[in-house]
Design a protein around this ligand. Structure first.
Ligand code: RP5
Length: 205
């Protein structure tokens, strides 16, 4: 079976703890279910958005960011970077992100969620914080991220999946300032949302 056209590539696993999410990997997964897609390198695209999270347990929510970025055809990476478990990695990540071409960082964390603020303190890149649901229903995460003292901003989104999805949309809006094609894709996304709402059919009472 011929390979579908793939615009980006995927590399992830224990060693790099890094996921380059390809734009068209889903058809590839469907048509080649037995393949080890970790080993497939089709074409390299540097990520523009980095989706980081404090723990693997945040991925259920943070994958909404990654999915939205994939849908909008935005090269991105997703990885675990913990402020309290891997503080050196966090500092290195924040320092090196601009040089790697990253333009926006989305940081999800739960509980005493200091990751977004600590990363924002070490870079001039825009940092969008996503409060992950916690034992206190995400209220602790929300307050930890949104209540940054003056001087180091973190753009804070809603708690949970809606926030993760909106973080990607906000990152897209930032990138679209200098990318007319992406702006067009965002307009299409909004239009579809409008059409879906207008075409809503309610079931009988
Ligand atoms: C935070 O602690 C993470 O962002 C996560 O939301 C929370 C709990 O982490 P785990 O104990 O599930 O790894 O750093």
């Amino acid at each position: 079976m011929p390979l579908p056209r793939v615009k980006s590539w995927m590399r992830f696993g224990a060693q790099s703890n890094l996921i380059h999410v390809p734009v068209a990997i889903r058809p590839l997964q469907r048509s080649h279910p037995g393949w080890n897609i970790r080993a497939i390198k089709v074409m390299s695209t540097s990520p523009l958005v980095s989706v980081i999270m404090g723990s693997k347990s945040d991925w259920d929510i943070m994958r909404e960011s990654a999915r939205m970025l994939t849908d909008l055809d935005i090269p991105h990476e997703s990885r675990v970077v913990s402020a309290h478990r891997t503080p050196d990695l966090m500092a290195q990540f924040a320092r090196e992100a601009p040089g790697r071409g990253i333009q926006v960082i989305i940081a999800g964390a739960g509980g005493a969620a200091h990751l977004p603020g600590m990363v924002a303190a070490q870079t001039l890149l825009p940092v969008l914080g996503v409060p992950v649901l916690s034992k206190l229903s995400g209220l602790d995460s929300l307050l930890s991220i949104v209540q940054m003292p003056a001087g180091i901003p973190v753009g804070t989104l809603a708690v949970g999946a809606a926030g993760a999805k909106n973080a990607a949309l906000l990152a897209a809006a930032i990138l679209a300032l200098n990318d007319a094609a992406l702006r067009g894709r965002l307009e299409d996304y909004r239009q579809k949302q409008t059409d879906d709402a207008l075409n809503s059919k309610l079931e009988a009472e």
